[in-house]
Design a binder for this molecule. Structure first.
Ligand code: SF4
Length: 204
């Protein structure tokens, strides 16, 4: 039978398990930080995450269906979140000109101020990473991208917008050179994007 990554005997002899357990601790820290930030504004974590997403993404992504896919939630849950944020006057619905039943979601001025402040919730996690030497950051990033790409291939990560799933992304020189044909440039590891506004999903 497969041993759990949380079995200490396994962890003691298997560094991959210790890495998984470490990631779980970092996830806990994200949850705590997001929860603390949410409480400051009388919001719940999902409401804050939605507002941060709206603040940093383009209008065509600011729709109920897109948000539901982004956060792996049902459309009904996102609709409730939208309704609650609208009642708090943090967002507004903007009807499409060609279909009044369809709408985009925009932050109000107050919503933008809160989203900008709340989006700093991850700075406690950023700081120790920023203190690492750049080559160490590159190795860490490269390996995290590999893990995310694997999870995307197995369907556990549904969010696209990363270079590795983009139609403009190419590998050359025996997979050593990464290239973006839209930007017309080689991509260093530190230039690989995980959330690119120009991303276009390639056919699998
Ligand atoms: S368009 Fe963006 S996501 Fe696509 S390869 Fe270029 S940088 Fe990466």
């Amino acid at each position: 039978m497969e041993e759990s990554d949380f079995n200490l005997n396994k962890q003691n002899i298997d560094s991959a398990s210790r890495i998984v357990a470490s990631m779980e601790r970092i996830t806990q820290a994200f949850r705590v930080l997001l929860w603390q930030e949410s409480k400051m504004y009388g919001l719940n974590p999902t409401q804050v995450q939605v507002m941060i997403f709206l603040h940093y993404h383009q209008p065509d992504m600011r729709r109920v269906s897109y948000l539901a896919a982004e956060f792996n939630l049902t459309k009904a849950t996102i609709s409730d979140t939208v309704k609650s944020l609208e009642q708090k006057k943090l967002i507004k619905k903007v009807s499409d000109t060609d279909d009044s039943r369809s709408y985009q979601i925009a932050l109000t001025a107050k919503g933008k101020r809160i989203a900008a402040k709340a989006s700093l919730f991850s700075s406690a996690i950023y700081q120790p990473i920023k203190m690492m030497p750049l080559p160490v950051q590159e190795i860490l990033l490269d390996n995290l991208l590999s893990v995310i790409e694997h999870l995307r291939n197995t369907g556990l990560v549904s969010i696209q917008r990363m270079c590795t799933s983009c139609i403009y992304y190419h590998l050359a020189e025996g997979d050593k050179m990464r290239y973006c044909s839209l930007l017309g440039q080689k991509l260093k590891v530190t230039e690989i994007r995980i959330d690119c506004p120009e991303h276009l999903t390639k056919a699998e």
